[in-house]
Design a protein around this ligand. Structure first.
Ligand SMILES: [Zn+2]
Length: 395
């Protein structure tokens, strides 16, 4: 294994050496989108980051199994389908295909397996039953809630004290025993005729959709769980409560790796705020490489915006010019990428890795010796290919 990677773990609040459970295998799960509409640039930022991380893990010699779920059951989907005059599952199937096309356009190519959650409703019902049997859930008028007072580690991932948590009630309802309890099952029909459960017809809560996919596919414990930072509470906290209660194995996840949000004019890009730019629309005005380069020039944990896009595009064009002048397709000698690796091993510091690429190409342009210039330029081409950007490409 090359170098030593450290990643910031939201659970501990520090950078930790990356030690997967069963090297060289790495099991990674990232929350996929809710497919109620076309994917937007906020999704692009998140999925480009995990793609670059998975590529880099592969470069380091790890064998990554990358699982992404697709939330294809949700009220927002049922509402959108109704508006479009379509069946909700047909609608979400169409939107899932559109999302997968978007990922292809973005050159996000590392996901080993996509899993639509609607295939796992039987497993969700079984998990809810098991939580009830274990005394960690209760039924209330067709609803089933997780009893968060029973789970001692509730609030640990989001670093909230009991007092903090009282200020953040979830899903207000008089049926709930405590403010932080969340729904595992709801008596709402999202798809006509579906789904039958011991608590009557209804649909699964959001959080149970993840453990119903991860436990059968990845097992009770896995290495990396990703998603945008706004999923930490309550979504990921709820996954831990469900998963660790169901399997008894802990920690369910070794490294909680969260990506910063994308902002538009100071606000999070989200459907509910109406400030979204669809990936498809953005790619009419820029290329996937330009977008990826722009996002990589911001640290993945920082909040991002697009104010630096024009500068990033210009910088990529300038780097390409030098790389093409010296880096030719026949390549030079393999130079070590030590400084590039050092930057990425330090909690995936891609801005610092790009600075090394720029400095190296500057050195190539100044080198009197053609062979030396070629070797330097070629090392930057190889380095950027690891992150999914082709410096010899034109788009
Ligand atoms: Zn999720």
């Amino acid at each position: 294994m090359k170098g030593r990677l450290a990643l910031f773990n939201t659970m501990s609040g520090r950078k930790e050496p990356f030690l997967p459970r069963d090297p060289p295998h790495v099991k990674m799960f990232v929350c996929g989108p809710t497919v109620q509409s076309q994917a937007h640039l906020g999704h692009a930022r998140t999925y480009i980051f995990y793609d670059a991380l998975a590529r880099y893990l592969g470069y380091l010699g790890y064998d990554v199994f990358y699982l992404m779920n697709i939330t294809d059951i949700d009220e927002t989907i049922t509402r959108a389908a109704r508006k479009a005059g379509e069946d909700p599952l047909g609608y979400s199937e169409r939107m899932t295909a559109s999302f997968l096309d978007d990922l292809k356009l973005l050159n996000v190519a590392t996901v080993t397996h996509f899993e639509p959650v609607s295939r796992h409703v039987g497993e969700m019902i079984a998990q809810v039953e098991s939580l009830l049997d274990r005394g960690f859930a209760y039924e209330a008028g067709g609803w089933v809630y997780y009893d968060t007072t029973k789970f001692r580690r509730w609030g640990r991932l989001s670093h909230q004290s009991k007092q903090d948590l009282t200020l953040r009630p979830l899903e207000l309802s008089p049926r709930k025993r405590s403010l932080n309890d969340f729904a595992l099952w709801r008596p709402e029909t999202l798809v006509a005729g579906r789904w039958r459960s011991p608590w009557g017809q209804g649909s699964p809560g959001w959080h149970i959709q993840d453990t119903a996919v991860t436990i059968p596919i990845l097992g009770p414990q896995y290495d990396i769980h990703g998603g945008a930072y706004d999923l930490v509470y309550p979504h990921h906290e709820a996954e831990i409560a469900q998963g660790e209660t169901l399997t008894g194995a802990r920690p369910m996840v070794r490294y909680w790796v969260h990506a910063g949000l994308l902002h538009m004019e100071g606000q999070k890009m989200s459907k509910s705020l109406g400030n979204i730019v669809a990936i498809r629309d953005a790619l009419r005005f820029c290329t996937a490489d330009e977008l990826r380069f722009c996002f990589l020039s911001i640290h993945y944990r920082k909040e991002a915006d697009l104010s630096g896009f024009v500068a990033a595009r210009r910088r990529l064009a300038a780097l390409r010019k030098v790389a093409k002048r010296f880096g030719g397709p026949d390549g030079g000698d393999e130079q070590p990428l030590a400084r590039f690796e050092r930057a990425l091993n330090d909690d995936f510091d891609s801005p610092r890795a790009l600075d090394w690429v720029e400095a190296t190409l500057k050195a190539a342009a100044k080198a009197g010796d053609q062979e030396k210039a070629k070797d330097l330029a070629w090392s930057t081409v190889r380095a950027m290919r690891i992150l999914g950007v082709d410096l010899l490409g034109s788009s």
